[in-house]
Design a protein around this ligand. Sequence first.
Ligand code: AMP
Length: 212
Amino acid sequence: MNLIIMGAPGAGKGTQSEMISAREKIPAISTGQILREAMKAGTELGAVAKSYVERGDLVPDEIVIGIVRDYLMSEECKNGFILDGFPRSTAQAEALEKMGVKIDAVLSIEVDDERIIRRMGGRRVCECGASYHTDYLPPKVDGICDKCGKSLYVRADDKPETVRNRLVNYHNQTEPVLNFYRERGLLVTVVGQEKVEDTTECVRKALASVGK
Ligand code: AMP
């Protein structure tokens, strides 16, 4: 299965991608996570991405398109993949189409802005890529990642003023991508629920409804 997961920041894309990835045994490719790792490692890519990510702006299309192209052409993706956080602009969607990779479905998790802002305050992440929420998806031990045992932290771009900018960018630059896929008959939408397991169930049903 070749799947794209879309949604506003904090809608639950990463959490649902991880679950589908574990269930279907296909890799989840998160462009945000790749950029954060590059920033932490201090690579050239990280240095370029840093100012955009920290402001809550989109990293230039040609950079992320190059990253995704390399991943999709790799051996790891030959049995399928989940794209989490890409494409985020119509130019990225067009570039993906030109790569000639068949997309089976595009799942959009819809959560309104007010709930996004409320939720983001409780988000905690781990450098291994795992994501938690103090109320909706707490780790077993407070502040510690269930998967790798490292300390959890608040993402620098999760502060309220940056979240607001990320939402503006989502509405202006990313929402048009939903239409791009709607026109191609690939879009499936689910309403993000308060409880993670309820969203997971909605996602499962939505994918089953399109035979995935
Ligand atoms: P995410 O972890 O998906 O919320 O992404 C975190 C940040 O990484 C975003 O706010 C952007 O600055 C950057 N980013 C991630 N994916 C993309 C993309 N497809 N295009 C441009 N910027 C991206």
